[in-house]
Ligand binder design. Structure first.
Ligand SMILES: [Fe+2]
Length: 263
């Protein structure tokens, strides 16, 4: 099974709408052109930039350009209730059964349980899953425990080393870690928010962040409190799943090109 992982599309409206939409479209075209075609795509948050209704209308049009099933979760730039209002009918998101206005849900594929979680907290840069969602996740992980599982959310539960981004770390990461350690390791934990690819171990599972399809965050490991964007290529991740194991590939979108010869 192949799963495309995209993040931080930051679709917006008004005079600055062109660049994120165009770059998102390029990323979608890159995914659509893959052969074999991925079975599904996950977008790990910050679908839009300001959580506005009109931004979600634009995002909906773009999402329809992907040729495969897409599962979307909110990030700190999103507004989960508005996202649900505009996208629910399309099937790209689903409201949590246990918490009105929050967007977490489970998707079952023949050999994969995909847990799409909502770490967004309205009005805050940082993230939190909350006790209700953690209880839901714990109970869902107990169902079909022999089927491989992937957890997707926006915020990073381990510090990245980029101080400006680590102010937005998942606040209840210790509770999530304790919960996950009571279950078999996940095949992957997929995150966004960092606007650059990163891998780390968390609760015995490999966590990977997808680059942004819009713009990347400067890798400042020197403790700078002020973040910056950098002109590095946009991209997507492709997770190739085989049973409970996976291989993760990084596919640049900007600066990418066709094969240039055999070897
Ligand atoms: Fe973002």
């Amino acid at each position: 099974m192949l799963l495309a992982h995209l993040s931080d599309t930051h679709i917006t409206a008004g005079i600055l709408a062109g660049t994120p939409a165009e770059r998102c479209y390029q990323a979608f075209k890159r995914v659509n052109a893959l052969d074999p075609k991925p079975d599904c795509a996950v977008i790990t948050g910050d679908l839009v930039d300001r959580g506005e209704h009109t931004e979600y209308e634009s995002a909906l049009q773009l999402l329809r350009m992907l040729d495969i099933p897409v599962h979307v979760i909110p990030g700190n730039h999103d507004h989960a209730p508005r996202m649900l209002e505009v996208l629910s009918d399309s099937g790209f998101v689903r409201e949590a059964a246990a918490e009105a206005g929050r967007c977490y849900y489970r998707v079952d594929y023949p050999r994969l349980r995909l847990f799409c979680c909502d770490s967004s907290v309205p009005g805050h840069h940082s993230g939190e899953l909350g006790s209700t969602q953690l209880a839901w996740l714990d109970s869902e992980l107990r169902r079909d425990p022999d089927t491989p599982a992937i957890l997707a959310m926006h915020h990073h539960p381990v510090p990245s080393g980029i101080a400006a981004m680590d102010r937005g770390v998942l606040s209840d990461a210790p509770a999530l870690e304790g919960l996950l350690l009571n279950h078999p390791p996940l095949t992957r934990i997929l995150i966004g928010h960092l606007h650059r690819p990163m891998a780390a171990m968390f609760a015995g599972s490999l966590l990977v962040s997808a680059p942004s399809t819009y713009r990347q965050v400067f890798l400042d490991l020197g403790g700078g409190q002020k973040g910056a964007f950098v002109d590095e290529p946009t991209g997507v991740l492709l997770h190739s799943l085989a049973g409970a194991t996976a291989v993760t590939h990084v596919l640049p979108v900007q600066h990418s090109g066709p094969p240039i010869g055999d070897f």
